[in-house]
Design a protein around this ligand. Sequence first.
Ligand code: TYM
Length: 326
Amino acid sequence: MSRRISGFTPSGSLHLGNYVGAIRPIIAQQSTTDTVVFVSDLHALTVEHDPAQVRRRTLEFATLLLAAGADPDSCLFLVQSQVPEHAELHYLLECATGYGEAQRMIQFKEKAGRQEHVRMSLLTYPILMAADILLYDTDEVPVGEDQRQHVELARDVATRFNSRYGPTFTVPRAVNPPVAARIMDLTSPGDKMSKSTSGDAGALRLLDSPYVLRRKVMRAVTDDRAEVRYDPALQPGVANLLTVLAACTEGDPAQLAPAFARYGELKTAVADAVIATLGPVRERYLELAAAPDHVRKVLLRGSMQAREQAGRKVAQVKEALGLLAA
Ligand code: TYM
């Protein structure tokens, strides 16, 4: 059976882009495919962070993933830091990755360019992500477009390791959803919708109330062409609204366009579709959030299960690299 994995870093708040780009795709096949869903809390330490907030968000993300349908009886459901083999394999893979390879990562260049004090872990973070993926012999990684380059790195590292030290890793590939791989910010449609708290009006958060979701959609930036067409280059705001509608209704953005004569009609349809998609997730979250100890227990159980598999993989890698057996 093929295996799929997806992770979510508890920085900022989960939004519609995360949902349609990765959460929904990974959960959709959990009963027919070996699936690993995890909160990548170690990744949240790569930039300046507030410890209490990371802990709170780790629980919030896990609760949201459960609310979105992750079923711990059908998939491996865990927190990265509770499975120390992630960090252990990270180091071992650093020994099989070039400095130049890590430095080329677009996300590193973008994030490092915005900061004065760049943490070493920001540079090596894609190698930790490769460890996350390779630890479980993953075939497919459902992610948004922004993570594709990191999955390519995992592919390169796996291929090189296998040819240098003998067959050890499954070589993974990224899978992007057909229309939702890059949902853009509603107020600045040239940028991707992002988890960071700045620019809150541009992101449709999974925990926003229906009222807030509608208000954000109705205020989304369009243009003065007064024509609903799917043209991401000329009409990025309108194209993004059509993409959001298509992602929520599993349609096609270009085919949906002719149904709308005015921007107001399009926005109303988008707001309805977003509320129908995210409303039930938020309601379920509010129920589950009342029992945080239950979520903590579910995570611990999943992490313990994961350690059995992960431990075997790390032992195999150590052996291949020439380390003494424990
Ligand atoms: P993160 O937490 O930034 O994002 C989680 C997932 O959401 C996708 N995504 C989007 N998709 C569509 N439109 C958007 N605007 C948008 N924004 C984000 C991301 O591509 C991602 O799939 N490093 C990863 C987490 C991670 C991981 C892994 C993923 C760690 N290890 C192993 C897969 C496999 C991250 O920070 O994603």
